[in-house]
Design a binder for this molecule. Sequence first.
Ligand code: NAP
Length: 278
Amino acid sequence: MNNTFTMAGVMGWPVAHSRSPAIHNHWIRKHHLNGAYGLFPVPPTHLEAAIRGIQALGLAGCNLTIPHKVEAMAYMDWVDPLAQRMGAINTIVVQADGALHGFNNDGFGFLQSLRDAQPNWRADLGPIVIVGAGGAARAIVVSLIDAGATEIRLLNRTHHKAQALAQEFGTPVTSFDWSERHEALAGAALLVNTTNQGMHGEAPLDLSLDQLPTNALVSDAIYIPLETPLLQAARLRGNTTVNGLGMLLHQASPAFQAWFGVTPEVTPELRKLIIATF
Ligand code: NAP
């Protein structure tokens, strides 16, 4: 241990539910680092002042969660081009000269979660169906395009949002009407739910899996519950499933590396620790 105390945290509103402190403080302990990761409840009216305070307080940086991921970009000195395409940042890293750099690691976390389930997974194995067109969908679509996806079928209850994303990203993304969602699964190699449907307290996603090949991978960004009705239905018909916990844990890794200088591991021990908080 040296004398430097490294501090980071997450800004959100509300933020008390965030599992990020449990993740980062586990890694701080594991690597015997001198530091801490805290919760910063920051209402939208105070976001700019709070972000300006990061440097003044000597923080290494911070994470951003709902509702700050888009607004925070305006207060950065530099935004990573990947995050610019995703239209949001979830990580701020203070540079040696005090400049604030913004990143988005959600897409990285998502891809890692698929590779945990199938180490040989590739984005070009066949058509990919994404349900939803919100913030999580944007990060996931960009990461899948960069990973080499050849066909991405985007479905959203409000069709014009899926259309707008398809237009913005171009090939390989096409949008489908919500009424076509069941048939859009035909021949797919990967299905991803990025809506809140199936989350604790929400209705299950209204999607029939009849057309989905049984060798398709089925992923859900939701992690409470760990097995959504969608993932349960997929598992029961033989599909391999991936819940949202891996995405949550893996997105934290590049931020931790940037702040603390150590590349942490997503271990079964960490998974257990976080599941115990649900
Ligand atoms: P968001 O921007 O608010 O988007 C919500 C999406 O859900 C929209 O596409 C919306 O469609 C759709 N939706 C809402 N109600 C629906 C319904 N009744 N039927 C069909 N679609 C419906 O939210 P987000 O930030 O993308 O987050 C979405 C989910 O991803 C949440 O469950 C969140 O917890 C999860 N997430 C997980 C991680 C992780 O690390 N695992 C990271 C980020 C997000 P409309 O456009 O029609 O409203």
